[in-house]
Design a binder for this molecule. Sequence first.
Ligand code: NAI
Length: 251
Amino acid sequence: MNDQFLGKTALVTGAASGIGQATALAFAKNGARVVVADLADASETLGKIKELGGESLYIKVDVSQEDEVKDMIKKTIDIFGSLDYAFNNAGIETGAVAIDKTDAEVFDQIMAVNLRGVFLCMKYQIPEMRKTGNAAIVNCASIAGLNGFAGLGAYAASKHGVVGLTKAAALENAKKGVRINAVCPGVIRTPMVERFTGGDPTLEASLILGEPMGRLGLPEEIANTVIFLCSSDASFMTAQAVSVDGGWISA
Ligand code: NAI
């Protein structure tokens, strides 16, 4: 338990599943009240937080919709009184498709959730966080936000956008009490990756082969990094894109 999170409010988008769920639980374990925000039903996450003796609030939100994001932040403040930490994590993927075969609508949808969603969340989080004077945001990018991936053009573009947006927002707020960083996960064992491989063991084996540690990452390994980046242990860190990828980016 990290005492500095006691009585603080953490908001996690995409908290119904995978990395978002693991991070919501990590905030709860460290004593924060957690806003569990997702488009999907999040009763599993809420149940697990309850088992931990934690306090949570579910807000149904589509992060690509400005009025819904605005309402999410207002509701958070109305109910919990402040917003101290946010993990802007909600995201969607595509299957591997070359750019000349990608529908413009699919491109727009990926950008709407993965990039516009992060933009909208920060737009409404930052003014509230400046009031606390000691707040932190972590945005979920990807190793695809730092490298090109054949077949993942739209996804990689959205995640490179998250890194750029993170750096700009961090510099705008460096003297205003809000640190803003991005986490760049490698291949993490979540429902998203299960959808991507479609349960094909050969495809999963090829993903593992690309990981220098010889295994996929776990959602909790990303959650631990988010908790670190939000904590005072990371008090001189802002505008960073931190890879948590078993060495993938350097291989
Ligand atoms: P996941 O599919 O398990 O979880 C994503 C969550 O986001 C789901 O609960 C879903 O309902 C929610 N969501 C989707 N669209 C939404 C919207 N418009 N508004 C609100 N919520 C929405 O996926 P996973 O793997 O946990 O991914 C979380 C984040 O991590 C994503 O941003 C993803 O791009 C990123 N990431 C994942 C990697 C992996 O290997 N699993 C690698 C690198 C990045």
